[in-house]
Design a protein around this ligand. Sequence first.
Ligand SMILES: Nc1ncnc2c1ncn2[C@@H]1O[C@H](COP(=O)(O)OP(=O)(O)O)[C@@H](O)[C@H]1O
Ligand SMILES: [Mg+2]
Length: 241
Amino acid sequence: MLTLEGVSKHFGGLTAVREVSLQVRAGDLLGIIGPNGAGKTTLFNVIAGYYRPEAGRVVLEGRNVTGLPPHAISRLGLTRTFQIVKPFGNLSVLENVMIGALSPLPSTRQARAEAERVIAVCGLGLHAHARARALPLALRKRLEVARALATHPRLLLLDEVMAGLNPTELVGMVDLVRRLHADGLTIIVIEHIMAAMMRLAQRIVVLHHGEKIAEGTPQEIASDRRVVDAYLGEDFSLAEA
Ligand SMILES: Nc1ncnc2c1ncn2[C@@H]1O[C@H](COP(=O)(O)OP(=O)(O)O)[C@@H](O)[C@H]1O
Ligand SMILES: [Mg+2]
């Protein structure tokens, strides 16, 4: 469904992503982990069209989409969430999600119906008329997922939607992602917290200093020496996984 071929992205002298190649098949639930600054968000920005890579190609369902703008890529069925959630704070949850739904749907009425459906899926039904800025973090993260879902993606990129959640909220988000995947969505999840990812992903790619240093099942990743070394000094323990 998605293929990255030798993708690199530089910021001045800094190589944020270095020659990363990976494959995502339809139905995958792929995890991308790595310490802070590893290049995870930058990679999403390249995939979703926010940055043009200096080298390499992004191929979505056989089509070279490298350098296409985000709205064009979204129309082709790939949408991301933002690590720093950016809802329109003065608008309600429903209005925020409707904005996402209006891009694939022609009428306000249809967009509203679709937004209501997505809001229910994301467990935001009781908050549909709350202002986005009044929501606590866990619900803002859900709103971010709902906004992305409203664009009707076939491939959804989630950037740290579990960061900052308490254990109960974390279970709720893991459950939501699992349900979306079970309903047929192909998902790439970025997470800094390795423990959550070990329970969620079928396959994990590890980035470190912009490079892919490992790829495998959660079990393979947990016992990979390079991965353990990459995380040394980080606030995390493999035992949690
Ligand atoms: N817009 C930018 N301009 C300059 N440097 C950036 C920019 N975005 C990210 N970086 C740098 O690129 C590296 C990777 O960042 P990022 O992709 O955000 O990592 P991660 O999401 O894995 O924490 C970091 O060193 C970061 O400071
Ligand atoms: Mg990031």
